[in-house]
Design a protein around this ligand. Structure first.
Ligand code: FDA
Length: 314
């Protein structure tokens, strides 16, 4: 399957630091990045979500970064989230969870050789505390399958004190239907996405059709359950099915939400919001945009061409 090969290759590129350094330094990259990334600093992030809020959309902010093996970097990530939450609260954007934050435990040191899991959990806990003070909450992004158990364990710990902390489950993983059953409980927020990493056939469906089918199966479990489903997809078929599953389960418009990425299908985001749905936009910001962007390219060759043309000036 050529698109699977391209995807694999692109994801490989996302780990290549030489390529990353060249691309990050290409001046034109910055303009292209703007389409998918809200800027580099906290002020950029706050102004992007203020604009979304003005148009009736919810947001979740992601300070870009992942896979750190440097404790100082993990501390910097934690502190950036703490500052961000304070600024969002000052701007009046956090009450009722209108703007929340998404975290990657690997950016908070989950893979540090010494006590990584504990450090990332402690840092995530500080961010959950700051979010609660600001009147909002946190969602833990899900990364590659080697981290799923550790991330779900950290989630369970955080939910003891901060029960609204959200999880992400990935429909490409074979285990996910069972995880959805476990998490489809009262007060539990679950973002269901297809999954963005390159995973082996032993744990993940490789065929797009199978991933889509599993997405629908998992979504059915979440919509029938007692939790709060967050439908993270740009796929028109998935969005339509989510609407009918919500109707079938007599779910009120405020008992689930749609989620899409910043810069992807913005008109559809507005249409869903204008129709009275809860629509949350995932807004990444910061300097470390390379890995994030390459995963978006891998999903959609049209974006890749747009990006490469701009980088090469052709
Ligand atoms: P897919 O990529 O299969 O596209 C399906 C269809 O959607 C396309 O055929 C097209 O019709 C439409 N479409 C897609 N992109 C488009 C574009 N640029 N323009 C126009 N139409 C487009 N992953 C992960 O592993 N861990 C995580 O924590 C998260 N978090 C997360 C949060 C949120 C809010 C979102 C939306 C996504 C994630 N993801 C994620 C990423 C996710 O796993 C997945 O890689 C992408 O959302 C792409 O999958 P889609 O469901 O959008 O469909």
């Amino acid at each position: 399957d050529p698109s699977a090969a391209l995807r694999q290759g692109m994801i490989g590129l996302s780990k290549n630091t030489k390529v990353r350094d060249v691309v990050e330094k290409a001046p034109v990259s910055k303009d292209v990045v703007k389409r998918f990334v809200a800027g580099t600093g906290t002020a950029d992030a706050v102004s992007a979500v203020r604009e979304l809020d003005g148009h009736g959309k919810l947001a979740t902010l992601d300070f870009l970064g992942e896979d750190t093996l440097d404790k100082a970097q993990a501390i910097h990530t934690r502190d950036t989230y703490l500052d961000l939450l304070a600024d969002l609260a000052d701007a009046g954007l956090t009450d009722g969870g209108r703007v929340e934050v998404s975290l990657k435990l690997s950016a908070l040191g989950q893979a540090l050789p010494q006590d990584g899991k504990k450090i990332s959990l402690d840092f995530a806990r500080s961010i959950c505390e700051a979010a609660a003070i600001a009147g909002t909450t946190v969602t833990l992004d899900m990364e590659d399958h080697t981290t799923t158990d550790a991330t779900l364990e950290s989630l369970a710990e955080l939910r003891k004190d901060f029960p609204t902390t959200g999880a992400v489950l990935q429909a490409y993983l074979k285990r996910t239907e069972a995880d959805c059953r476990d998490l489809a409980t009262e007060g539990s927020r679950v973002r269901l996405c297809k999954g963005a990493y390159s995973e082996p056939a032993s744990v993940a469906f490789q065929d797009k059709g199978e991933v889509d089918m599993n997405y629908v199966k998992c979504l059915r479990v979440l919509m029938e359950g007692k939790g709060y489903p967050m439908v993270a997809s740009h796929d028109p078929r998935i969005i339509e099915i989510a609407g009918s599953l919500a109707d079938k389960n007599l779910r009120a418009a405020d008992s689930f939400e749609y989620q899409m990425l910043y810069g992807i299908r913005p008109k559809e985001q507005q249409r869903l919001a204008d129709a009275g749905n809860r629509m949350r936009v995932y807004v990444p910001y910061g300097d470390e945009w390379y890995g994030y962007l390459v995963r978006r390219m891998a999903e959609r060759p049209a974006n890749t061409m747009f990006f490469l043309r701009a980088v090469t000036g052709k």
